[in-house]
Write a new protein. Structure first.
Ligand SMILES: Cc1cc2nc3c(=O)[nH]c(=O)nc-3n(C[C@H](O)[C@H](O)[C@H](O)COP(=O)(O)OP(=O)(O)OC[C@H]3O[C@@H](n4cnc5c(N)ncnc54)[C@H](O)[C@@H]3O)c2cc1C
Lengths: 262, 727
């Protein structure tokens, strides 16, 4: 790790200001960033911790939507959403291990947009809105590719707002060592149709499986997927499984998610 | 005076006559409490006055030359003392039992990850920082790192018996299959570590090593000094599995840096270093051909393999070792090819040969059974040879048939269903079997026993690598001298003590145990003389000597220390008789039809491995081996960048050894009674490696039984299982 300075502002405005310095970077829970620094893959001169900004922490219900502050930990989401949005609470409860969940934040997760991260799938399938210090961005416009988002330089994710679907479920096929999903599928049934978002599988990051969405919007049952298949082209091949396997798992997990939806 | 004993004829079963009754008992390891309380001093645990810290620097090219190590780039960092390079530095650990310096490459780089320097600093952190910052300049050369791509291959002469081609032509059923296994690593829990200190031209090395007698010679040869100026201490070793057989580059680096800087130096490998620069098990590509008559007699058996290693390494994974003596056939043929590649060199990893060779042979036997419509247990039973198929030697003892039959009965094999027909929800269920075999050896070994009243001390440079040497040597000496083992002190892992075999090849307990037995036996002679009875009339029990109506407490009879020292080596029995441990593995698995996940539900091994010295440590060895079998079958795989041989699975998250969750609760081990009179005077056989030999095959065969399809590439990862199911 290289040496760096750290600041811990208490308001979003202060944080945005602090980030104006050259090579300053926001620090969420540090569960991705700190290992990156340790491996010397990044060398920011200053970290701006978001963990003391009260307006970015916590969960509130606003009508049929749930607003989660950008610096809220996975652990808090897991406990507080168990009843109000069980699929999302469950997703948070399966991220990493307790240490990761007690530090890692939703803002960090969506900003990082790891191709195997769980939250991006929930955002896409729920039709969430990502709020930053400057604007609101629909999930469909936010995740642009592997580790790529619509965020501008020094833009901070201050909140993510989720419409609560009628029914939803998240199925995660865990890589046993890291517990990241080899493939994760989030299925959400909304008043106006079904959304299916897939993480862990594609070389271009999280994506919506539109054929399945159409089939499930017409008939919300695992059987509706029978004739469908996912093309292995563009799927990730790595140490843990090849692209054909990931394509196969997408269908298996989508079916399971439909059956388990509540 | 040292007794010298050569194993020239079968030996009487003395340990069945002695009266203390501690041999075979499941005694706890006497070192256990120190280990779990953190007070057993492993190599890197020691703090020596004035000690500096060294961190190895690894090469980041696969072949070429260091033109500038970049010393200037780090010398003004806080705490940095020196960047040490030296023509005596070694590129990799010595091969097991080498007894001489490994290759000393000077400025040449032969593989990605090779240690090329050691940065020494006042603190570990400073040394690591500098090692990472060092800007090294290379002259790069092209080299192939992929065994499939290298033009440099050495094809050995076939080893044959009978006429394979003729037998193959005659066969009614022919099976010709190719299997692969990936590179594997030992992944011992304790990373390789060393502390070296020079005093008056003598070097003392604390290091985590399996074979102190050989390691001493290796260090002397590496440094170019006489062996009597070297002392090695290795009393506790946190697992080795072959990876610590030979002196490692971290030990050489510590010794050289310490000599140059005039102060003690400690070098500990990071886990990543261990993956890069410690000998791996070669990947294998194996072609097995089995030809049989319609009624299930094997006629032709061939097992050819391709392994890899770095140029200059004499070791080649002996893949077909067990295939050469397990089954009979009219014609047998074995050809090995070694691909020379620029990649982390290969060496012995637990059960070299059998661990991966039996996965292919025993899978092929299973397939043959299917083709013939014969039960796989039956097929094996029907094809056991009368004598060693390659050289005609008699088997010393071989209870393979009993193991297969006893195991089949215990496992419920008779209830086995048709392949691919049992399902529980999404899970397909299957049972598999495999033979186990591992050749047994006796290696020259010496030990000294001292008797002081009713307390004894055993002294040998033998090591305990977590296996239970402290326990069994105290049991053997206690049994022979009529003492409870807690009255026997065992001193190990010091090169100033009598030289033993070391821990390797499963021969440690038999070899060092026999030397201890003989040294104690010599003391019995002296006790008998003191008591005034013939040696064969002497009974020793609970500290009391009896014989010819005389009796005395040892505490009174032995008024001055009695010392016995003995050395044993292999002899004529080895030429007339072939000794090996045998067993049978059974596994039941569940395979998820949709995801390809495999869960092992239960395993059983029935083993005949000679006299069991300690039922608990023996069982642990067998269980550990079986778990390695699960790793081979399901999870373990080193992956490298095919362009430069750079190991990419450099930690235990990416190289997955089975965790508790991967191992079923129902793991049974049964030992059949056996005494191998031809093997050694304590009638034992090797135990440490039989558990892995064949275990992976039982799991692979169970998968095939569950799904009705076969996987040919280990490990059977979920994606491979799913693709095997594809129509
Ligand atoms: C062992 C382990 C297992 C894991 N398993 C999973 C898993 O199963 N599923 C999963 O989804 N994730 C998993 N993770 C990742 C975890 O969820 C991380 O917490 C998350 O990816 C990053 O969140 P963070 O708050 O820790 O961000 P940090 O590590 O602090 O930051 C990550 C990046 O985002 C930026 N950033 C942080 N916060 C903000 C913000 N509010 N606005 C803008 N930019 C920001 C940082 O500058 C940095 O570039 C795992 C991590 C570990 C270590």
């Amino acid at each position: 790790m290289y040496a760096f300075d750290i600041e811990r502002p208490t308001t979003v405005a202060e944080a945005v200001n602090a980030l104006k310095t050259d090579e300053a970077q926001p620090l969420g829970g540090g569960q991705t960033l700190i290992p990156t620094l340790k491996a010397r893959l990044a060398a920011p001169s200053k970290l701006v911790s978001l963990s003391a900004i009260a307006e970015m922490i916590g969960i509130s219900r606003e009508g049929s939507t749930i607003r989660i502050g950008g610096a809220t930990t996975h652990g808090q989401v897991a406990t507080e959403l168990a009843e109000s949005y069980p699929a999302l609470g469950y997703l948070a409860s399966k991220i990493g291990d307790p240490a990761v969940r007690n530090r890692g934040t939703i803002g960090g997760s969506v900003a990082n947009n790891d191709p195997a991260a769980c939250y991006p799938a929930a955002c896409l399938a729920s039709g969430a809105t990502i709020t930053t210090n400057t604007r609101d961005i629909a999930a469909d416009d936010f995740f642009l590719g592997m580790f790529e988002t619509a965020l501008e330089e020094d833009e901070i994710v201050t909140a993510v707002t989720f419409p609560v679907p009628q029914k939803a479920d998240y199925q995660k096929f865990e890589q046993p060592a890291s517990r990241f999903p080899l493939v994760g599928v989030f299925v959400a049934k909304h008043d106006d149709g079904v959304r299916v978002a897939v993480t862990g599988a594609s070389e271009s990051g999280v994506f919506r499986w539109t054929e399945a969405e159409e089939a499930l919007s017409a008939d919300f049952s695992a059987g509706a997927l029978d004739g469908l298949s996912v093309d292995a082209d563009g799927m990730i091949t790595d140490l843990h499984g090849d692209g054909a396997y990931r394509a196969h798992l997408i269908k298996v997990l989508t079916g399971r998610a439909v059956t388990a939806s509540r | 005076m040292k007794d010298h004993f050569t194993m020239d004829e079968p030996q009487p079963r003395v340990l069945d006559e002695t009266k203390q009754g501690v041999i075979g008992t499941p005694m706890d390891r006497p070192d256990g409490a120190r280990k779990v309380s953190g007070t057993a001093g492993y190599a890197a645990d020691h703090k020596v006055e004035g000690m500096a810290h060294g961190v190895l620097v690894r090469a980041t090219i696969s072949r070429g030359r260091v033109t500038d190590i970049g010393r200037a780039s780090v010398m003004d960092l806080d705490g940095v003392i020196e960047v040490v390079t030296d023509p005596r530095m070694t590129r990799n650990p010595a091969q097991g039992m080498a007894g001489e310096a490994p290759v000393q490459p000077g400025d040449d780089v032969h593989y990605h990850g090779q240690p090329i320097a050691v940065v020494v600093a006042e603190t570990f952190e400073a040394a690591r920082d500098a090692a990472q910052r060092l800007v090294v300049t290379y002259r790069k050369e092209d080299a192939a790192s992929d065994p499939d791509a290298t033009p440099d291959t050495e094809v050995g002469d076939p080893e044959t018996a009978g006429d394979f081609d003729a037998a193959w032509a005659k066969a009614d059923v022919r099976l010709d299959r190719t299997y692969t296994t990936p590179s594997q690593v030992s992944a011992a829990m304790e990373p390789h570590a060393a502390i070296a200190e020079w005093t008056d031209g003598r070097v003392e090395l604390r290091s985590s090593l399996q074979m102190v007698r050989f390691n001493k010679a290796e260090l002397a040869d590496t440094l170019g000094i006489d062996a009597d100026r070297v002392r090695i201490l290795s009393p506790f070793v946190g697992g080795g599995f072959g990876s610590k057989l030979g002196l490692g580059p971290e030990a050489v680096a510590a010794a050289i840096a310490s000599e140059k800087l005039g102060r003690p130096v400690r070098v500990v490998m990071s886990r990543q270093n261990v993956f890069d620069a410690v000998l791996r098990r070669s990947e294998t590509r194996q072609r097995v051909r089995l030809g049989a008559s319609k009624d299930g007699q094997l006629l032709a058996l061939s097992h050819d393999d391709r392994v890899s290693n770095l140029d200059g390494e004499g070791f080649a994974e002996p893949v077909s070792q067990a295939s050469q003596f397990l089954y009979r056939a009219d014609g047998l043929s074995f050809t090995q090819t070694v691909a020379r590649i620029a990649a982390t060199p290969a060496g012995s990893v637990r059960a070299p040969g059998e661990a991966v060779g039996m996965v292919a042979l025993e899978a092929a036997m299973d397939e043959l059974a299917d083709e013939l419509g014969v039960d796989p247990v039956e097929l094996r039973l029907n094809n056991l040879p009368d004598t060693h198929p390659m050289d005609g030697r008699a088997f010393s003892t071989r209870r393979l048939a009993d193991c297969l039959q006893d195991g089949a009965a215990r496992f419920g094999w008779a209830d086995r269903w048709t392949r691919g027909t049992r399902r529980e929800g999404d899970w397909l269920i299957g049972m598999g079997v495999a033979s186990a075999a591992r050749s047994n050896m006796l290696v020259k070994s010496a030990a000294r026993v001292r008797l002081q009243g009713d307390r004894a001390v055993v002294e040998t440079d033998m090591t305990d690598i977590g296996t239970g040497t402290y326990a069994i040597l105290s049991q053997i000496a206690g049994e022979m001298l009529g003492l409870s083992p807690d009255r026997v002190d065992v001193r190990l892992g010091d090169s100033d003590l009598p030289g033993a075999s070391g821990s390797g090849g499963s021969f440690g307990a038999s070899s060092a145990g026999s030397a201890t037995f003989l040294a104690a036996k010599r003391i019995r002679r002296d006790i008998a003389r003191k008591l005034g009875c013939p040696e064969d009339a002497l009974t020793l029990q609970n500290g009391r000597a009896r014989g010819d109506n005389r009796e005395a407490d040892l505490s009174e009879l032995i008024d001055q220390e009695l010392v016995g020292e003995a050395e044993i080596e292999a002899g004529k029995t080895d030429e007339s008789h072939f000794s090996a441990g045998f067993g049978a593995h059974f596994a039941e698995v569940a395979v998820n039809e949709w995801t390809g996940e495999v869960r092992v539900r239960r395993m059983l091994a029935v083993m005949s491995m000679g006299r069991i010295l300690n039922e608990k440590t023996a069982r642990s060895q067998a269980l550990g081996g079986m778990i390695w079998g699960i790793g081979t079958a399901l999870t373990e795989e080193v992956q490298s960048d095919a362009r430069d041989g750079h190991v990419v699975t450099r930690d235990l998250a990416n190289y997955h050894v089975p965790s508790h969750a991967d191992v079923p609760g129902d793991m049974q081990v049964v030992f059949l009674e056996e005494r191998d009179d031809w093997a050694n005077p304590i009638q034992t056989k090797g135990i440490g490696e039989l558990g892995i030999s064949g275990a992976g095959a039982a799991v692979i065969n169970a998968i095939s039984h569950a799904t009705g399809h076969r996987t040919y590439d280990c490990p059977a990862l979920p994606d491979r299982v799913i693709s095997s199911l594809a129509p």
